[in-house]
Design a protein around this ligand. Sequence first.
Ligand SMILES: [Fe+2]
Ligand SMILES: [Fe+2]
Length: 264
Amino acid sequence: MDDERRDRWRFRGGLSERELPREDAMIDALTHAERAAVGAAWSTRARAELGAAVVFAMVARTVLETPGPAALHWLAARAPSDELRHAAICRQVAARYLGHDAPWPEPPPSVEPRFDDLPDETCRDLQVIVSCCVSETVANAFLLASRARAEAPLVRAALRELLRDEVDHARVGWSFLAVPQVRARLLGPLARALPALLEAVRVGWRERAREYPERPPPGHGLLAPSETYDVVERCLDETVIPGFAHLGVDVSGAQRWRAQRRSR
Ligand SMILES: [Fe+2]
Ligand SMILES: [Fe+2]
């Protein structure tokens, strides 16, 4: 299938299909430089979504190899194709802002998960946890904050599409951790690894945030770097760490790490 047909304005995915609006007077009202800045940000997102597809292909394998509820297996197996659809949506939004086709992004290399000298099976389990419980939960908070700042119809529609799936991707991790067999083998290693996992995600989001404009044009759903930092910190404090505590993970190490971070 050629790129043009794959990225038609109508996307098919999951159980429904929606159409992204072509007409958007807010985009047309931007200066050339503003359109270029927003378009570049969505191109960056397209590549990040393709990277998420690569990660979720590995996550899906780990989850599918673990006995668990059918709904968990279904969500995990669907996630890589969701992320491909997201990459296509982001690319389409980028093209509308840029005024020309954005290239299909280069797939980033897949990296086998390694956490200290832990056994391979534990590393794969922790990859599910860090990718879903942490990264995707933060991604949800980020997309909600982005949508709260979005007035342009195309961006609002695109963010709604992304959010619809990212919620399920976070659920994959929380549901995986709730499987008794997983809890039995993972609670100890996870408690010890948690501060490093959270720090890795926090640093990753800060690095990505710096690629965005300092003063994005209002109404187009872009957060300034400082706004992204705030969203990430708040999500870790108010959702991610309490979520682990709720599932019986010892979060005392994670809380000490947060206290150290705040005092700097
Ligand atoms: Fe995504
Ligand atoms: Fe996702």
